[in-house]
Design a protein around this ligand. Sequence first.
Ligand code: DHB
Ligand code: MG
Length: 211
Amino acid sequence: MSEPEVERYVTELFAPEDAVLAAVRASHRESDLPGIHISPQEGKIIHVLLRAIGARRVLEVGTLGGYSAIWIVRALPADGTLITIEASEKHAAVALDAFESAGVSDRVELIRSKALDTMRALTGPFDAIFLDADKAPLPRYYAEAMRLLRVGGLLLCDNTFLDGRITRASDMSSDVQGMREFNRLAATDARLTAAVVPVRDGLMVAVKVTD
Ligand code: DHB
Ligand code: MG
């Protein structure tokens, strides 16, 4: 959202990658995973928010190659746990390697499955839930996330802007419609107070204020 030099300055100062994160990003490219992982700044924002609420038990929907999961799990205490759901076998295999290389395998549970069925079978409470999977089912992920989230917990969702398609009225594709309805729900649900951080493709952040 900001000028490239400012963006680089902030990333290098506030969100530098260590060798592990840089190698995980490189492994995404080598494995031909789509280059759609979160940015370091976005990872650091999520990390700070998780630390601020003292998150111990977190759910991620859409693991991809594990890059965001490493930012998340590093924000948790030694006995914290991340459950992360990934439908693609190929992505999950890359992620499992990433968790090994980051030394976090004992604190991350990767569930290889479609998100909705898995979410429906989970038991709360979670301190935070990060939605970053397919966009068309987001309203249904929203309902499950609200059931699983504790009061005071964080709901986070990637790709609020959908590369600018969110405001293109003629774009009625299923992912855009899913994101529009998700954004409307998050913005208007009296159980949440929500904002959008204009980092990369947009990060919706919300706290559940009441059941
Ligand atoms: C897409 C999905 C993402 O989660 C993302 O961060 C960027 C792009 C996509 O499906 O195109
Ligand atoms: Mg995303």
